[in-house]
Design a protein around this ligand. Structure first.
Ligand SMILES: Cc1cc2nc3c(=O)[nH]c(=O)nc-3n(C[C@H](O)[C@H](O)[C@H](O)COP(=O)(O)O)c2cc1C
Length: 412
């Protein structure tokens, strides 16, 4: 199977090739937390690069629950025209474009000043940086029902805005992934304990979204192949959850791994199977593929055409690429012609893994900002410098967010 052959999903819709731009949070929302012109320009660059599938950075289903400042929020139709402009840019060369929808749960910075909800009152353990995230409040039945309702509402708005699908974010330690994890979810009611209970919210969200949107609209899920923490969500759990998702009409499952506490998604994980490898979740995908009835996508460490091709040859339907497409948005188009090598970022070999992951993310976001200004990328940027820049920007955006949320509350 060629990287450039189309993929027909279970709902009948077609992705023109096997290369996906994986989700990357851009922090480029405008003052209303809608897509800005910078964001539109960034997605035009990816559209022009001809990835078959473009997945947005995570978009919040609730303005009070943000993964960070400057995030896009879609909870009503006030700014739907901006979202329509976004899909026009992203889909202009025939790619499918999915909105990744998310709720951070306890992974919300304390500086945003919001009440933090999570399955249980268990705080993130980030060593010296733990205070940056507040002690969450355990969710009530009403809170859980509201989250389910909001995932559906955002998916319906995404459909109206012209996205071809949504990807429900159940990976990387955010709310749905917290419910799945026995470390973050200590509940003793029907939402905690057994895997069936821990998976209940994800399954309900997926079922409710699938029932609400049109059959031709894609419903995908991003899931951890493991959390890489002792006692956390394991590879066996992931396999079982994929089997539970199978009857729900899921069109694709993207496999990733890790969380803020064990950031396996952006580099070497704490598991020898994934260390220092390219396409580092591929082995998990092989195991999970034994029970998956829907197409799978793996994301993580893919930056060479041969590796992307190996992923497809192994029976995985899509190769998800984040960092390499931030450095070179034209990658799919140039791979069509040759085996073009792409530049790599400076490796961040710091002992503190969460801080190293933050520096890597900052160096990638640095590239996104440059692309959004129609400038060439700068792979040689110092990760430390990128981290400083991103922290200063985050402080400004945090102030802006806090003013905005107060004004909204006053206007409501
Ligand atoms: C700057 C940055 C932002 C990210 N934001 C998201 C996100 O919003 N949602 C998500 O599922 N993954 C996010 N990721 C993880 C990527 O989708 C991907 O899983 C990870 O970077 C590994 O792929 P890569 O090696 O191709 O970069 C982000 C990664 C980076 C570097």
């Amino acid at each position: 199977m060629s990287l450039f052959s189309p993929l027909t999903l279970p709902n009948g819709s077609v992705i023109p090739n096997r290369i996906a731009k994986a989700a990357m949070e851009e922090n480029m929302a405008d003052a209303d937390h809608a897509p800005s012109d910078e964001l539109l320009r960034l997605y035009q660059a990816w559209a022009d690069g001809e990835a078959g599938l473009i997945i947005t950075g995570n978009v919040m289903i609730d303005a009070r629950a943000m993964t960070g400042p400057g995030g896009v929020v879609l909870e009503d139709d006030r700014h739907l025209d901006r979202f329509k402009a976004w899909t026009q840019a992203g889909r202009s060369r025939g790619a499918q474009m999915w909105l990744q929808i998310n709720h951070p749960g306890r992974q919300m910075p304390a500086a945003l000043g919001q009440t933090t909800l999570a399955p249980s009152a268990v705080r993130l353990d980030l060593g010296a940086q733990s205070k940056q995230f507040p002690m969450p409040k355990a969710m009530t039945e009403t809170d859980i029902a509201e989250v389910e309702r909001r995932f559906v509402a955002t998916a319906l708005l995404a459909e109206r805005a012209g996205f071809t699908g949504v990807e429900i974010h159940a990976a990387h330690g955010y709310l749905l992934s917290q419910f799945l994890s026995p470390l973050a979810n200590r509940r003793q009611d029907r939402w905690g304990g057994s895997l069936e209970n821990r998976a209940r919210l994800l399954l309900r969200v997926v079922g409710a979204v699938r029932a609400a949107v049109a059959p031709g609209f894609v419903v995908a899920v991003k899931l951890n192949s493991a959390d890489f923490q002792r006692g956390g969500f394991s590879a066996q759990d992931a396999q079982a959850v994929v089997a539970m998702l199978a009857p729900l009409g899921v069109d694709l499952v993207e496999l990733s791994g890790g969380s803020y506490e064990a950031p396996a998604m952006v580099g070497p994980a704490r598991d020898e199977r994934t260390q220092a490898r390219e396409a580092y979740f591929l082995e998990f995908a092989r195991e999970i593929g034994q029970v998956a009835t829907m197409p799978l996508m793996v994301t993580g460490g893919i930056r060479r055409r041969e590796i992307a091709q190996q992923v497809i040859d192994s029976g995985v339907a899509m190769a998800g690429i984040a960092t390499a497409l931030a450095l070179e948005p034209d990658l799919p188009r140039s791979w069509k012609r040759s085996h073009a090598e792409i530049p790599a970022l400076k490796p961040v070999a710091w002992k503190n893994k969460p801080l190293a992951a933050a520096a890597h993310m900052a160096a990638v976001k640095y590239q996104l900002t440059r692309l959004s200004r129609q400038r060439r990328t700068a792979p040689g940027v110092s990760p430390l410098w990128a981290l400083v820049v991103s922290q200063v920007e985050a402080q400004c955006r945090t102030k802006r967010y806090r003013r905005w949320i107060v004004q909204r509350r006053a206007a409501a």
